[in-house]
Ligand binder design. Structure first.
Ligand code: 6GU
Length: 266
C-alpha cells in the first residue's frame, strides 16, 4: 500500500482541517465526517434518519457515508469478501484485499485526512474520554466486521484504532459503529440544542461521576414526593444536593470512577 495514503494514526490529524461552512450566516463550525464500511449498509438507514442525527446532518455538522464492502470485492460474480481461515477453525474471515481497496477508495473521496477505526471485541473499550478525543478528528472511517473478524493484515496495513463497546460479543461491528457515531456527535458544538450541554453528562469532562436523580411534575405521585430542596428555589442548596447525590450514587454503583475526577489537564 502506498504509504502516503496510509491514514494518520488517531490523534495526529491537523486540527485546522476540520472546519466547514454551516448554513448559518457563514459561521464556520467544526464538523465530522463518518465513512462506515459494512456488509450490511441497510442496518444504518433507520438510525440515520432519526432525530438528533438527522438534525445534525441537516445543519451540516455531521456527514455520514455508508459503503458496502462488497462493492470492492475482487470476485466480479458473487461479490464474495470472506474466506476460510488458514490453519483451520470455525467461521469465515473478511479478506484483506477488498478492505484495503475500499479504504483507499473511501479516503480519496474527501481531501480531509481520515482516522481509521476498526470495531472489534479485541479493541480498547470505548469510554467518554476516548469519545472526546474522536470528536475533533474531523473524519473517521469506521470498519465493521462480521463473521470471525478480519484477516490480520488489515490491521497491519491500516494501523486502525481498534475499539470495542464492552465485554460481550455482538454479531458484527455495526451496532458498535452506531454507538461511536451517537456518542461522538454529541461533542460537536451545535448538535445538542442551545439549552442542552454534554458538559454535565455522566462521564463527561465536566463530570466524571454518575448523574444525580431528576424529577418533573407532578410534585407527588403514589405517595412519592419530589425532594423538598428541588422546589425550594435555593440554587445554592440545589447544587449542593445534586453534587452529594452524584457522589453517593457513584460510590454505591461505580466506585471505579472515584479515582478519576476531572482535572485541568483532562
Ligand atoms: Cl466493536 N464488535 C463485536 N463484534 N462485538 C463486540 C464489539 C464490537 N464490542 C463489544 N462486542
Amino acid at each position: 500500500m502506498d504509504s502516503q495514503r496510509t491514514p494518520d494514526p488517531v490523534g495526529a490529524n491537523p486540527v485546522t482541517s476540520r472546519t466547514t461552512v454551516s448554513g448559518q450566516a457563514g459561521a464556520v463550525l467544526p464538523s465530522l465526517r463518518f465513512d462506515i464500511v459494512t456488509l450490511f449498509p441497510e442496518i444504518f438507514s433507520g438510525y440515520l434518519t432519526q432525530s438528533l442525527l438527522a438534525k445534525a446532518i441537516d445543519k451540516g455538522l455531521v456527514e455520514i457515508h455508508v459503503h458496502n464492502l462488497r462493492d470492492w470485492s475482487v470476485d466480479q460474480k458473487h461479490h464474495k469478501v470472506d474466506d476460510r481461515p488458514y490453519g483451520g477453525g470455525p467461521g469465515m474471515l473478511i479478506c484483506v484485499e477488498p478492505v484495503i481497496r475500499c479504504v483507499e477508495a473511501v479516503i480519496a473521496m474527501d481531501s480531509r485526512p481520515a482516522s481509521v477505526v476498526l470495531l472489534t471485541p479485541q479493541g480498547e473499550q470505548l469510554g467518554q474520554q476516548r469519545v472526546e478525543k474522536l470528536a475533533p478528528l474531523g473524519r473517521l472511517i469506521l470498519l465493521c466486521g462480521r463473521y470471525e473478524g478480519f484477516d490480520h493484515r488489515v490491521i497491519e496495513l491500516l494501523n486502525p484504532l481498534e475499539l470495542s463497546i464492552g465485554d460481550f460479543v455482538l454479531n458484527g461491528g455495526e451496532v458498535a459503529a452506531m454507538v461511536v457515531v451517537d456518542s461522538t456527535i454529541r461533542m460537536i458544538p451545535g448538535v445538542l440544542g442551545d439549552e442542552q450541554s454534554s458538559w454535565d453528562d455522566s462521564f463527561s469532562r465536566g463530570n466524571r461521576l454518575l448523574e444525580f436523580p431528576q424529577y418533573t411534575r407532578p410534585v407527588e405521585f403514589r405517595g412519592l414526593k419530589v425532594p423538598e430542596v428541588l422546589t425550594s428555589g435555593d440554587h445554592g442548596r440545589i447544587a449542593q444536593w445534586r453534587a452529594e447525590q452524584s457522589q453517593m450514587r457513584t460510590r454505591e454503583r461505580r466506585k471505579d470512577l472515584l479515582g478519576s475526577q476531572p482535572s485541568e489537564t483532562d
